[in-house]
Design a protein around this ligand. Sequence first.
Ligand code: PEP
Ligand code: MG
Length: 616
Amino acid sequence: MSRVDPPQRKPPVRPAKGVPAADERRPETVFAGIAIAPGVGIGPVFGASEPPAEITRNKIHAADVAGETARLDEAVFISRKQLTKLRARLAVLPEEGQAEIAPLLDAYLLMLGPSRLLRGARRRVAELLLSAERAVVDECEAIAATILANPDDDAVGLNRRAEEVREIGRRLVRNLTRQPFRSFAGLPEGAVLIAESLRPADAALINPARLAAVATDEGGADGHTAVMLRALGVPSVLGAAGLAEAVRPGDIAVVDGSTGEVVLNPSSLRLVAARRAMTAFARERQRYARLRRLPAETLDGEAVELQANLEIPAELTLIARAGGTGIGLLRSEFLFMNRETLPDEDAQTETYRTIIEAMGGDPVTIRVLDWGGEKDIEALSAAGIVPEAADPNPALGLRGIRLLLRAPELFETQLAAILRAAVSGPTRVLLPMVTTIGEVRAAREVYERVVRRLRRRGERLPDPIPPLGVMIETPGAALSADALALEADFFAIGTNDLAMYALAVDRGETVLAELYDPLHPAVLRLVQFATEAALRMRMPVSVCGEMAANPKLTPLLLGLGLRSFSMNASSVPKVKLAVRTVEIDDCARFARRVMEQSDPARIRDLVMGFGRERGD
Ligand code: PEP
Ligand code: MG
């Protein structure tokens, strides 16, 4: 079934507030979903389903094309009005919610402008004689399929973009069929909201203070709805199949947003455990909140830098809340996604400036475009920068710095924008997918040429100009780190790709997932070699791959000599806690022991047992 055609739904269920007497309760039922936003919520269910939109499959007559196109245009007009109204109401949301939903609504509005979606839908009406609804649904599915067909290492971004397209399709269909939208008007205080699916725009209407939890049948861990719910801080589970169908008026639910479990009509024992979990979670929150103001330093006073990775500007507010001190990896790909033309120098400058200013003096490391044949390259191929034909082995092909050095205009525009924005605060420039010193030298030449050109143009630039660093994310780079250290101003170790290339297992692989092991001694030795090469040169070195976000690995990485980590913002408190409970000497001894091992399983045991072995 098309994801744009909502499945048959029951009419809304609005149970009375309060918990029914035990003898009226139905038996306990447990549903497994995806843990989205941590915390436990208990409350009466509020079922919020939408009636299905009817879509005719009959073809229209050629004479009706103009009328059908006019219907489509009217639905576009209404949808734009709704979204603009929603945007105006954002001010009532918490800051994080605003930061997440505003760019999303803007993206929707863009799709309702002169977009591929509307061009395609109109063409389907005119050429295939489809009804406007069918044309929208088919075009959305075609676009979503193209987006998802790109085997990409950033599946998260792809899923999100596909979902955005489908979501705007659902809105158009609803307006075409004049079906009512979901209303949260009768939502009782303290209820658990249960639905088959929840749009990000619906999530924007939720008042987190009035709601115990959210659980839905559909949705994934990394979609916008998930990001939104996390930003709102509502305990949430998505993807709990069969849940919405099972709820009845009067049911109560326990939603555990940390484990992904949803229990309808919990037993008394389950309720006691859930209440305990709620208390424990509240305590943990308080502990993390207190941590935000405490320094990231080991028991023996060694300072450690904990920064955030940023993939979309919406995450900016989370960084300060988590206590991150700047951005250790700004993945600039978001600037180039979801568009048909490349962002120009001024547009890029503005975005970088906003981010740098938001960091209020904390450093921002901007990685220049890490794009490859395997990623969605609509704007790049439209600009004739990359070949249309798919790369037979994209991970080993035109990616990162390789592409940039072959597309000087693209590279120079981005460097110029970063340099101009860098007057707003401390900035560093990072090169992705480096394998040889020749690439670093060539990149530096381009960088210096851009500096000279901007100076001639009379642009104000920072003095000194931002350092130029290298991602250590290929075995080639790691093993020539001593030579690269002579060319680069800093290293950022990308353990995600480093593990993939060292172990010859795709990082998105599921069948061979157990072979993708950053604790494999080969990966650790590459990290160690690169770290030591940097430290010998007294050059800054950080880890910005997923290893940095795992507090279990913090002692080992500290023991290898690393003092700077960049990770998703929500991991900062956990890693800070890990930093604050160790001594550097213990970590160094521990790292020596680990590095003597050859068996990844043994290393894992050691890593998991670190605290226990010390007797804490
Ligand atoms: C990495 O490879 O570890 C890294 C941080 O870069 P990305 O995940 O963006 O490829
Ligand atoms: Mg990488």
